[in-house]
Design a protein around this ligand. Structure first.
Ligand code: FES
Ligand SMILES: [Fe+2]
Length: 472
């Protein structure tokens, strides 16, 4: 696997990113069919990528398919409780072992089932056990008994877990997942995502490239322009920072009143003179307009009591500390334990992580709002867009959810996400203009976007690499 830092000297380095150099990158990666075809060879088969939450395959014999570009993979849980993954193709004449129709709005998201003991190919009946070994071939003597186990087994795919997610890589030489996740994985590890469960999960086929879609959620620089109504509740000056393959964005301290560890993430004071009120107004507005995610009922309720529980004039930092302590107590009373995230980690963890290449996780101590995008067919102007909310629930109260197709409208996603959607297809169109001189990403606030292209180029043989704008 290509090493993340193996850049040619002419390309942007991690140090360049940290120095916030001015950079641009070509739009080919968003628009070109040829680039999309190259991704099938150079990107998707080479990376660790998230398949699903582990809790979706709880029992031995549970299985599902995961498709990306032209690749289809079967992931299953074996009798001994471990996970196993294979390319979804029969080694005889190449039929998909499990028929996976194209993802269809309202119909197919993936194919899954339970109680599997074997997979039988529908074409000529070759059969495979849950280890991928061939257990039945009709008339093997016709091959003069020269077929070996290596020739007739399913092609294995590496599988591992992180944060309650199932990850796979098709690259047998891939670095271990822990190494792939790096410091980003360590920091997010403190939030114990594995103890969270789906609150809702929705998907759509969207009219833009997968990168256009994920980039709409990577940076908070767009909040003032896109989510103008939120300016009434808070300031949204942001910073972003590369962590090798991955990157983080945080709220920055344009306003000194927000200079506290909690200010980096979603649990922070709002704008206004009375922090007791503004904190509640900010969190309530966020929660209700982001489809009841990016916070929890507990946090909103605890914030609603601030005005009764604290005297007027309580400094913002004390308001936040009180809010967190009382929400933590409320959650404990209903059986939801909070992880102890050290303050230094809390500050470094910021607001949201872009996990290379196609995931975004906006995390909190008891919740996460997440996105994942994939290409759709051979059209660079389309993608599969998925968003889901995770939350810590009391035992026995985890809601039943499944992937639901939802047209990208406010009634189904919340008004804030609908505002994000309203940009995506028009960015895709706009980038095709002969009058577009190329992106001018904000080096401080939109570094996650630059870092995505920096890392993509590394897999794509240098195609699409960001270049410095401030040197000849
Ligand atoms: S293609 Fe699968 S048994 Fe022939
Ligand atoms: Fe947004």
């Amino acid at each position: 696997m290509t090493k993340p830092e193996a850049f040619e000297p002419s390309r942007l380095t991690a140090a360049d990113m940290d120095a916030e150099v001015l950079a641009t990158y070509p739009v080919e990666a968003f628009l070109s069919k040829d680039y999309l075809a190259a991704e099938k060879q150079q990107l998707w088969p080479k990376i660790w990528q998230m398949v699903e939450r582990e809790s979706d395959l709880p029992n031995p014999g549970d299985w599902m398919t995961y498709d990306v570009a032209d690749e289809s993979i079967i992931v299953l849980r074996k009798e001994d409780g471990t996970l196993k993954a294979f390319h979804n193709v029969c080694p005889h004449r190449g039929r998909q072992l499990v028929s996976v129709p194209d993802m269809l709005p309202g119909k197919v998201h993936d194919v899954r089932g339970s109680n599997r003991r074997s997979f039988i190919c529908g074409f000529h009946g070759w059969t495979f056990d849950l280890d991928g070994q061939n257990s039945y071939i009709l008339d093997p003597q016709d091959w003069q008994n020269k077929l070996t186990a290596e020739m007739t087994c399913l092609s294995p795919v590496q599988v591992d877990t992180w944060g309650g997610y199932i990850y796979v890589t098709m690259d047998p030489d891939a670095v271990p997942l822990k190494e792939w996740m790096g410091r980003a994985g360590e920091i997010l590890g403190h939030f114990e995502l594995e103890k969270m469960h789906y609150k809702w999960r929705q998907w759509a086929i969207y009219d833009c490239n997968w990168k256009t879609a994920i980039e709409a959620f990577l940076e908070p620089y767009h909040v003032a322009g896109t989510h103008t109504q939120l300016l009434a509740y808070g300031n949204y000056y942001a910073l972003s920072k590369q962590y090798g393959l991955h990157s983080v964005s945080s709220y920055d301290t344009r306003d000194a009143r927000f200079a506290m560890s909690e200010s980096a993430g979603t649990t922070r004071a709002g704008k206004g003179d009375d922090a007791r009120l503004s904190t509640y107004e900010l969190i309530k507005e966020n929660y209700e307009t982001v489809n009841y995610s990016a916070s929890t009922e507990t946090l909103v309720n605890a914030a609603s009591r601030l005005v009764d529980e604290l005297p007027e004039g309580t400094p913002a930092q004390e308001v936040i500390a009180h809010w967190m302590a009382s929400a933590r107590k409320d959650d404990a009373a209903r059986g939801v334990a909070w992880p102890d995230v050290p303050p230094a980690i809390m500050a470094e963890a910021g607001l949201a992580w872009g996990l290379f290449p196609n995931q975004n996780i906006l995390h909190g101590v008891t919740f996460a709002l997440c996105y994942r995008v994939r290409p759709y067919g051979d059209d660079p102007n389309k993608c599969v867009f998925e968003s889901y909310a995770l939350e810590r629930f009391p035992e026995g109260e985890v809601p039943e959810t499944q992937w639901t197709y939802a047209d990208p409208v406010g009634e189904l996603w919340g008004s804030v996400l609908a505002q994000d959607f309203s940009n995506m297809q028009f960015v895709q169109k706009g980038m095709k203009s002969s009058g577009f001189r190329g992106p001018l990403p904000n080096p401080h606030q939109e570094q996650k976007v630059i870092n995505l292209h920096r890392n993509l180029a590394n897999f794509m043989g240098g195609r699409g690499a960001p270049t410095r704008l401030d040197i000849g």
